[in-house]
Design a protein around this ligand. Sequence first.
Ligand code: ADP
Length: 427
Amino acid sequence: MARRDWLRLALPVLLGAGLGLLAGLPMAEPWLGATVVLALLLIVHSWRLMRMVGWLRTDTPERAPEPGGVWGDAVAMVVRLYRDRRQQRSRLLRLLRELRRSTAAMPDGVVLLNPNAEILWFNRTAGRLLGLRGRRDVGQRVENLVRHPEFADYLRAGTRAGPLPLLIARMERRLSIQIVPYGAGQLLMLVRDVTRQARLEEVRKEFVANASHELRSPLTVICGYLETLVADESLPPDLAEALQQMREQARRMNLIVSDLLELSELESSDAEVQGAEIDVGALISQLVCDADARPGRHAELTTSVESGARLLGDHGHIRSAFRNLVDNALRYTPPDGKIALRWWVDQDGGWFSVADTGTGIAAEHIPRLTERFFRVDAGRSRAAGGSGLGLAIVKHVLQRHGARLRIESAEGRGSVFTCGFPLRRLR
Ligand code: ADP
């Protein structure tokens, strides 16, 4: 308390006591006089205090009492605090309203979830896309309302799911759902309608599949004629040379068309393939035999089959993926290099790797390797007979088996391509 306030409190008490003493003197009772005056002062203070408490209880700053003195100051301070708080609250409310209005107007759906995945709030778009309704659905667990097995898995993965959006079909729409953790375990769920993009993507895939299919028959005829013509020894040498080149290019076109058709087939569904048990050891031996049967010298191949575990998958697709990896290793490794094929199993799953001592790949190209027609050195890939689709096929085959492709490489020293299969795929 400031000195001034002490004075304002003490002065009336001292003055009152003095006056009481004086008033009591004529009656020879100075102490009685002082006591009466002090009691009166106490009654006045108590009355002012009661008024203030009564006012505080009503919560109406505009009807503040005006008791004067120190009590008046106390009332003024309470009124000031009250006004500040009210101003702050209305500022916050205004901000909150603005935020809600802007998120409600967002073209993307937003759902706020608590750590138990119960809905705290959602905007209009989310309500429309997911079929959520106002008060009825707030407080409900989101997977009880968005019933989708993949969504339940994605939600369970929660924070680990990372930024990868999940695509689901719902109410004749294709939705992209992304869960972003924030605050203390809360989750922000972003929902986008990607029906249009998904349709365009389907049209594109259909077009590529149809075009490849249409090209196949004429190409087979051309290749057939060229094979026959090249075998004709009576042709003049310059024509034979031209025909030889035509046959090589026709073969390349055939290879591209077959790869495109294989990719189209792999892309026709997102569902994981079941397939049958594959003897990986036998498959590796077959790959080595195929490589050795190729014309020309190539890098030495070694194998290491460290597990008898069988792989559950589509034999044709898995063979194609593994063969693409071996073909690449042969293509990008000089004949005096080494290529090692390995199959092993650990507590994380089954692993097939192809390691080579070839050209290697610069780090900046690695993330793009599985894109269609991406080549680090287009001329070299073409010259070596690559279609530019091999690793895209590998990626899709692995996706359809719940597996992943890991690429490690050092430019000039070689590369290791590893396919990682989950334990559920092993027998
Ligand atoms: P391509 O038919 O051109 O080999 P892929 O999709 O199989 O197409 O591979 C894409 C590119 O990745 C290749 O063009 C090549 O540049 C690079 N690549 C793939 N495998 C290897 C490897 N084992 N060593 C070096 N580069 C590789």
